[in-house]
Design a protein around this ligand. Structure first.
Ligand code: SF4
Length: 71
């Protein structure tokens, strides 16, 4: 049987690249579910490309695709 990996939310909180004040911070399952349900990606995906893009709080797939294509 495969061992479950423990989700350490305190560690994740420090690693989270999202700057929005949000109750889902460090709760990656909830964060991802929330954004995917709205055809969006979490802030950390945008932060990988640019800190300014992350701070725009535009999380739409289309915006992410434009950022990727322009890099
Ligand atoms: S990416 Fe979205 S859901 Fe996740 S912590 Fe930031 S604002 Fe909250």
């Amino acid at each position: 049987m495969k061992k479950m990996i423990e989700c350490n939310q305190e560690t994740r909180k420090k690693a989270c690249a999202c700057t929005y004040d949000c109750s889902r911070r460090s709760k990656y399952c909830e964060c991802l579910e929330n954004h995917l349900s709205k055809n969006q990606l979490p802030g950390c995906a945008f932060a990988k490309i640019s800190k300014e893009a992350e701070k725009s709080y535009n999380r739409d797939f289309e915006y992410f695709a434009k950022l990727v294509l322009n890099n």
